[in-house]
Design a protein around this ligand. Structure first.
Ligand SMILES: Nc1ncnc2c1ncn2[C@@H]1O[C@H](COP(=O)(O)OP(=O)(O)O)[C@@H](O)[C@H]1O
Ligand SMILES: N[C@@H](CC(=O)OP(=O)(O)O)C(=O)O
Length: 240
């Protein structure tokens, strides 16, 4: 059986209606692949479980460690909600906790440096389930403290999970159907790229992909397919 890592961002997971599009992609690949499904927190502020909404619940005086714990709830909740909906659809899915995800970092709580990947639990889950749902954005110190990979860091998580599983490609889905020369939501004349090199992508300074994901993909030769959740078009390939 083939293996695939697919990541969906908060804008794709925001509502039941948008998640229907997410599940179409899962159903398409689930026939031929086991899937590691990387999810971000659902939606954007003021959606109830979005990262900034969760942050707004906490005092500014919370420590960075406490804030990391607070925001991580968004991704933790998302894994369980998405897993529940997949199970309700009859898909043999399982949600892993951050504790099992195997991304170990230092204690830089809001922009953690990854120290080590341990794919033991993810691989065990893949042996037993068709879709393994994991939270993006979250990592953990060797002592078991929650850390985060920086805002927008679920893209980075997706590439890390691909590397953990020795895959040389990863599919990252978002609410636009590829990388454009300008933000397509702000500029209706923006032109879509079919293909970009890692360096071209990094030089664009666009927020559509987290820089850390592109830098890591470049270092490890992992091809990124940036695709649209709500579109059937081909998207943009980022590689050497
Ligand atoms: N050059 C660009 N090409 C495509 N999208 C861009 C670009 N620059 C900015 N964006 C914005 O990036 C957004 C996707 O990133 P993000 O909001 O982080 O999505 P996600 O929830 O999937 O992580 C798009 O909605 C788009 O408005
Ligand atoms: N939820 C986190 C991580 C992330 O990457 O989210 P998204 O994939 O929705 O951009 C954030 O908002 O920073």
């Amino acid at each position: 059986m083939n293996l695939k890592v697919m990541k969906f961002g908060g804008t794709s997971l925001r509502s039941e209606a948008t998640r229907k599009y997410v599940y179409r992609h899962i159903l398409e690949y689930q026939k031929t692949h086991k899937i590691v499904l990387v999810v971000s927190a659902m939606g954007r502020y003021p959606d109830a479980y979005a990262t900034d909404t969760l942050l707004s619940l906490g005092s500014e005086y919370l420590s960075k460690e406490e804030k990391a714990r607070l925001v991580s709830m968004g991704e933790q909740l998302s894994t369980l909600k998405v897993c529940s909906e997949l199970l309700d659809m009859g898909i043999h899915a399982h949600a892993l906790s951050f504790f099992e995800a195997g991304i170990f970092s230092d204690d830089h709580y809001d922009y953690a440096k990854v120290l080590r990947l341990d794919g033991t639990k993810v691989k065990q889950a893949l042996a037993n389930y068709d879709v393994v749902v994991v939270g993006g954005f979250i990592s953990m110190t060797p002592q078991g403290h929650i850390t985060t990979l920086g805002r927008g860091g679920s893209d980075y998580s997706a590439v890390l999970f691909a590397d953990m599983l020795d895959l040389k490609e990863v599919d990252i889905y978002t609410d636009v159907d590829g990388v454009y020369d300008n933000d397509p939501k702000l500029n209706s004349y923006a032109i879509k790229y079919d293909k970009l090199t890692y360096d071209e992508m990094l030089n664009m300074k666009s927020r559509v992909l987290h820089d850390r994901s592109v830098e890591y993909a470049k270092e490890h030769g992992i091809r990124i397919y940036l695709k649209g959740t709500f579109s059937g078009s081909q998207g943009t390939v980022i590689d050497a």
